[in-house]
Design a binder for this molecule. Structure first.
Ligand code: GLU
Length: 486
């Protein structure tokens, strides 16, 4: 019987759902559907510090919006669950114990500060940094006894001698000397697995036949192959997709472009455009056509037509494509789409409490909430400069950037967290809260008098808030210094 293709995406629920997740998801989806296989969603939430439930739910929401339906996942179950790594801790511990028993892994008792010292020394001697292998040599009986006595330890992979060949279906064979690879930590002191262990164990147990993921993971693949070998398992096939890039060819990042799928949904990019646009990144259709539907992509997707040249996530192109699609719609269909986007009951219910106090006619609603309804705010640059209260525009710009960083550190983008984070930030930076809020107000709404600021931020959401603050910071950086009025 022919093997059934099983692929997955394995996002980590930290922050907003990323366009890269949808991009990798789309390719996995197309490959699975073309081969009548299965497409899985696994949530890799072993980073307990940074993972949030809010972010996990946003991943489901965003992928549903893009229209990539998965067959198995934490929210819909399946025969190989649980599909959330935090619920699989015992499985990883058992598997790590198997490797310790076979000698393919060993406990390392080196305290962290000792490891730090080693690293500093290596750096001073301009040597490759990495674990020096102290605990490799501890006899197994002694190591077992120390573990049993409860001595804190991590579990490390004993990287064997020799070389490892990564076969990548997009890049051919890449060979590396094993000695270039450090004895990787597989299980941390708290008994939680690292990415490498959890990822390999799950891909195997979930029957994944093809790992199709972003290029940034390619350096992990030799480590993963060593793990497959240590377990005596057949590894999957690998394909590492090219990284998405900003226009200046740097790796796509929220510092330069919005990367949250929620942002694009919010400004009214249509899901079929997003799919179409992502499908054009690094892949071309046989006749080079640019506008097509998901089923056409599923039929035509071919690894041989993936180019590795660093596809550019060009927002202008995305908006162009959206416009093309809008113009091709029947007006009555477009009317419905506009209504659903701007005036869905969900959206109105969210906005009404904020607007109610400020309305005398129903029509006032449009005015009070216009800051939210427009996808891209036209910034009143003079007011923005004036909101700096005598600060040079470049200083206001820097102030906004620092505040964005403070907002980045917030796990849940709600009223309480925002209030606390912004007040803390102002206190530490020695800026009056009122000053920052005035800049925020203009940057986020284009006006001085607005609905309550923090509530407005919550409604705009993290991605849109950050994007607007960044745009304001850019505009201020470029603004001329106002003449001093005597
Ligand atoms: N958790 C990784 C991520 O966030 C998974 C990488 C992989 O697909 O192996 O993308």
């Amino acid at each position: 019987m022919a093997e059934t293709v099983r692929v997955r995406i394995a996002p980590s629920p930290t922050g907003d759902p990323h366009v890269g997740t949808a991009y990798v998801g789309l390719i996995n989806y197309a490959y699975a559907r073309q081969n009548k296989g299965q497409f899985l969603l696994r949530i890799e939430d072993t980073d307990r510090e940074r993972s949030t439930r809010e972010s996990e739910l946003a991943i489901y929401d965003a992928l549903n919006w893009v229209g990539l339906e998965w067959d198995e996942g934490p929210d819909r179950g399946g025969p190989f669950g649980p599909y959330r790594q935090s619920e699989r801790a015992d499985i990883y511990r058992e598997h790590s114990a198997l490797l310790v028993r076979s000698g393919a892994a060993y406990p390392c008792f080196c305290p962290t500060d000792e490891l730090d010292k080693i690293r500093l020394r290596q750096r001073a001697l301009k040597r490759q940094t990495g674990y020096d292998g102290t605990c490799r040599a501890i006899p197994k009986d002694e190591a077992m006894a120390r573990m049993a006595a409860g001595e804190p330890h991590v579990i490390r992979l004993r990287v064997p001698e020799g070389r490892t060949t990564v076969i990548d279906r997009l890049r051919g064979d890449v060979e590396i000397e094993n000695e270039q690879i450090d004895d990787q930590v597989l299980l941390k002191t708290d008994g939680f697995p690292t990415y490498h262990l959890a990822n390999v164990v799950d891909d195997h147990l979930m029957g994944i036949t093809d790992v199709i993921r972003a290029e940034e993971w390619i350096s992990s693949t030799p480590k993963h192959l060593m793990l497959y070998k240590a377990f005596g398992w057949q590894p999957p096939r690998f394909a590492h997709l090219p990284l998405l890039r900003n226009k200046d060819k740097s790796k796509i990042s929220k510092r330069k472009n919005p990367v949250s799928l929620l942002y694009y949904r919010q400004i009214g990019v249509m899901p079929e455009t997003m799919r179409n646009f992502l499908a054009l990144l690094g892949h071309s259709m046989s006749d080079e056509r640019e506008i097509f539907e998901l089923d056409e992509f599923v039929n035509e997707f071919d690894f041989r037509r993936v180019s590795l040249g660093g596809p550019v996530f060009d927002i202008e192109k995305l908006l162009w494509l959206n416009g093309m699609r809008i113009r091709a719609m029947a007006p009555e269909v477009l009317a419905e789409r506009v209504r659903d986007h701007l005036y869905s009951l969900d959206r109105l219910t969210e906005l009404v409490p904020m607007a109610q106090e400020r309305m005398r006619t129903l029509g006032d609603f449009a005015d009070v909430t216009s800051f939210y309804m427009v996808p891209m705010l036209k910034l009143p640059i003079d007011e923005l400069v004036a909101a700096g209260k005598g600060r040079a525009p470049k200083d206001s710009s820097a102030l906004l950037l620092a505040a964005i960083e403070a907002l980045d550190g917030i796990k849940t983008f709600d009223k309480e967290s925002l209030e606390a984070a912004l007040r803390d930030h102002c206190e530490q930076a020695g800026i009056p809260v009122g000053d920052l809020f005035m800049l925020f107000r203009i940057a986020l709404t284009g006006r001085k008098a607005t609905p309550p600021l923090i509530e407005s931020m919550v409604i705009l959401g993290r991605a849109q808030t950050t994007q607007r603050l960044r745009a304001a910071s850019e505009a201020l950086k470029a603004a001329p210094v106002p003449p001093v009025v005597k």
